[in-house]
Design a protein around this ligand. Structure first.
Ligand code: C5P
Length: 132
């Protein structure tokens, strides 16, 4: 089975709220809420991929030193096995805005369960609640 590496990030603001994004129509898992991020390209480090995706999707800039690994998801989808490290980022520049038509929401860790997420993302909630 193919192994797919996708990096994800919990952007955490000064009030300890986390940014989630809703996958837009036309994408797989449309309508579900996820932590921003995306696929690691060949030859790219996970951190560089995340920095690139945060810029593309949200228009924010951050640095490797501001990305703290928290946990990871390992989930078997029918077509591939997803390995997804989750980083926590509290320092970035710019105000996150929707650059790809995705809805955005700042939510408290304990409220994350109110937003339907892809099955791979759900196990990431508990470590965030514990952290925050
Ligand atoms: O975002 P993208 O479509 O490139 O991600 C590839 C696949 O990884 C998705 O189709 C989805 O199955 C999975 N994924 C996920 N949770 C995320 C991001 C991606 O399960 N937060």
């Amino acid at each position: 089975m193919k192994l797919l590496l996708v990096v994800a990030c919990a952007l955490v603001d000064v009030d300890n709220r986390i940014l989630i994004a809703q996958r837009p129509e036309g994408k797989s898992l449309a309508g579900l809420w996820e932590f921003p991020g995306g696929k690691v390209d060949p030859g790219e480090s996970p951190e560089d991929a995340l920095i690139r995706e945060l810029k593309e999707e949200l228009g924010v800039e951050t640095r490797t030193a501001c990305l703290a690994p928290l946990t990871f998801a390992s989930h078997a989808y029918p077509e591939f096995h997803l390995l997804m490290p989750l980083y926590v980022c509290r320092r970035w520049s710019g105000i996150p805005e929707s650059r790809e038509g995705q809805a955005l929401k700042w939510v408290r860790a304990k409220a994350l369960r109110d937003y339907p997420m892809p099955p791979a993302d759900e196990p990431l909630i508990a470590p965030l609640i514990e952290l925050l």
